[in-house]
Ligand binder design. Structure first.
Ligand SMILES: Nc1ncnc2c1ncn2[C@@H]1O[C@H](COP(=O)(O)OP(=O)(O)O)[C@@H](O)[C@H]1O
Ligand SMILES: [Mg+2]
Length: 325
């Protein structure tokens, strides 16, 4: 496979019985901080498990760091840190033993694993809790412990499946900061899945959007705004409904939020048309400016274009945890 990409797949398909979870995914992922974004059930966890060689693929191929996901899963897993979505911890262990054990499973010798366990637990903010049993941990502490297990062997690639799931605001911020720090200091690659736009925005430079088992976007976050049509935002005074109707009957596309109309810019005449429609409808335009969508809005617009009935990311928040095969 070609140079420069750390993960590549070709026609990668995964079926669970009759259910198609990944549909012929062709993706090339370069180094860096990459967010795998998509609603629940999109196929994010399945994608991770396939490229880690943890589940058998139905058809197609893939490689990670040049290794074949079908036959070299062991090597891949020794070079990658994986923080799974499900609770992978043993509640009876204390954190230090859990992390050391994870290192030993990855082939580290016991002394090295122990030393690294101390280091990584400090790194994830659990220095003072390292001798406590995991059963006494909060969700945030458990997620941090999972992260420590994933980085104990100093992997080239870190894969985190929904690392902020179930976290309160403080733990969430800490987790995201730690991940960003791993990218900046480690110079490696972090792949993080989330159904929350903000998480991806805070950590990642590139977004891979997955929808119903297909990759629909794979590009730098900075380019994402170019994917959608530009809009102009007009704040209307007196007769917003009338204005909305008038825009629609003049074949303009409008998204209305109360007094604010976001009108798709069709061509260089759109703004003039909006002004003259307002004059004819006898409503006043208070403000008229190019709309700068945030990432959340871009996500919704792209989903909308794809025909997904997703109204807001809050609708995506209910997560169904899916464990192994
Ligand atoms: N072990 C499994 N058996 C059957 N269906 C599964 C299994 N794991 C996932 N699925 C289904 O495959 C689809 C993708 O799931 P998943 O990869 O977990 O999505 P995501 O991580 O994006 O929420 C979903 O429709 C899910 O219900
Ligand atoms: Mg998942």
């Amino acid at each position: 496979m070609s140079e420069g990409f750390i993960i590549e797949t070709r026609d990668l398909r995964k079926m669970y019985g009759p259910h198609l979870a990944l549909e012929d995914v062709d993706v090339q992922i370069p180094q860096g901080a990459i967010g795998i974004l998509g609603p629940n059930g999109a196929g994010k966890s399945t994608f991770f498990k396939c490229i880690l060689g943890l589940i058998t693929t139905t058809s197609g191929e893939g490689s990670v760091l040049g290794y074949d996901i079908k036959t070299q899963g062991d090597i891949i897993r020794s070079r990658i840190g994986y923080m799974p979505e499900y609770d992978s911890l043993d509640p009876d262990l204390n954190a230090i033993d859990q992390v050391r054990y994870a290192g030993e499973l990855l082939g580290m010798n016991p002394a090295a694993a122990m030393q690294r366990a101390h280091e990584v637990l400090e790194y994830v903010g659990l220095r003072d809790q390292r001798y406590r049993k995991i059963e006494s941990f909060s969700t945030g502490m458990k997620q941090a412990t999972k992260l420590a297990c994933a980085i104990v062997h100093d992997p080239e690639i870190l894969i985190c499946d929904e690392p902020t799931n179930g976290l309160d605001q403080r733990s969430r911020e800490f987790m995201l900061k730690t991940l960003r720090r791993t990218v900046d200091e480690g110079g490696g690659t972090v792949l993080m899945s989330s159904h929350v736009m903000d998480d991806v925005q805070e950590v990642c430079d590139r977004v891979v959007m997955i929808h119903k088992g297909q990759i629909v976007i794979n590009r730098p976050i900075a380019d994402l705004a170019n994917q959608i049509e530009k809009e102009v935002e007009a704040v209307i005074w007196g007769g917003a409904s009338k204005m909305e109707q008038a825009l629609i009957s003049n074949d303009l596309r409008v998204r209305r939020m109360g007094r604010v109309m976001r009108v798709t810019i069709e061509d260089e005449n759109t703004i003039e048309r909006i002004i003259s429609i307002a004059a004819k409808s006898e409503v006043q335009i208070r403000e008229l400016r190019e709309y700068e969508p945030d990432l959340e809005d871009i996500f919704l617009l792209i989903m909308d274009k794809l025909g997904a009935r997703v109204k807001g990311s809050s609708e995506l928040m209910t997560s169904e945890h899916v464990g192994g095969e």
